[in-house]
Design a protein around this ligand. Structure first.
Ligand code: 48F
Length: 254
């Protein structure tokens, strides 16, 4: 087959432009492609909810790739084992209730599940602001190419509309902090000391709608609440993502 370089370029631009236009309006925008965002995206997608995951980096996976101190293994506790099973992630029992999985397999299987569920991914895309209009709800995201932000270029962004936004940006709780910075009554307390048991137990309670239209999940939920951190145990991230998906699906009546 003789290949035409321009056809290759045209295919990419045309197809991704089609997707971007289609997702200018969607049900749920998930910001951050770490374990909580990925689990949430997969479970929303499986319910037929139109959602996209926006990730500022080139690769999806957030803090899960690195496992613990760059050993590519993650620990998941008994309460979340069913989610390893649900996503087909293999594991070994290290001690009663402590399961160890490959972080590479975990990211890949969660990402594959989200893709299979119809979730669209916008990587290399940074959420730099949110849209809040007369009804006082977070009703859209202001996005730009990450390289534009990295280079400090003065380039105006695009806006995507969504019924719900999920802040899955991890320790930085970026979307929550954007809302806080506008002088709203939302206060991001910042994460507390390392205390895995407490952090993992309380994360579900902190996974909630923190501002109209804005739900927080994963480490961002703990950071908003001033809750402890937990290190390389990931059950809470998966459970929080699952809980956020259920919460938003219920609000959408799906
Ligand atoms: O940090 P991250 O993995 O979030 P998480 O799902 O999981 C936390 C764990 O990895 C770990 C832990 C142990 O359990 O505490 O840290 O809560 O993933 C957050 C993702 O959000 C992206 C960021 O690149 C990362 O992949 N992100 C951050 N800011 C933005 C963003 C932004 N402004 N726009 C788009 N993506």
């Amino acid at each position: 087959m003789d290949l035409d370089e321009v056809t290759i370029s045209r295919a990419i631009v045309q197809e991704q432009s089609r997707v971007l236009l289609e997702y200018m309006e969607m049900d749920v925008a998930i910001v951050g492609g770490g374990p909580s965002g990925l689990a949430c995206a997969a479970l929303l997608g499986e319910r037929g909810i139109k959602c996209a995951l926006i990730e500022k980096k080139l690769s999806i996976g957030g803090g899960m790739w690195g496992g613990g101190m760059m050993f590519p293994r993650i620990v998941v506790q008994e309460e979340a084992r069913r989610l390893l099973d649900r996503f087909g992630i293999a594991y070994r029992e290290h001690a009663p209730g402590y399961y160890v999985a490959s972080s590479v397999e975990a990211v890949s299987k969660l990402t594959a599940a989200a893709c299979s569920a119809g979730v669209e991914f916008f990587n290399l895309t940074t959420v730099e602001d949110v849209m809040v209009k007369g009804d006082g709800r977070v009703s859209g995201l202001v996005i730009n190419w990450t390289p534009v932000e990295m280079a400090g270029l003065h380039v105006d962004p695009f806006t995507l509309a969504c019924s719900y936004t999920i802040d899955a940006t991890g320790h930085d709780a970026v979307v929550a902090r954007l809302v806080e910075a506008k002088g709203t009554d939302l206060a991001v307390k910042g994460e507390g000391f390392m205390w895995a048991g407490r952090a993992e137990t309380n994360i579900i309670r902190h996974t909630r709608e923190i501002y109209p239209g804005l739900v927080v999940t994963g480490m961002a939920a703990n950071a908003v609440a001033g809750e402890n951190r937990m290190g390389p145990i990931f059950g809470g991230m998966l459970l929080s993502g699952e809980f956020a998906a259920g919460l938003v699906a219920e609000r959408l009546g799906r």
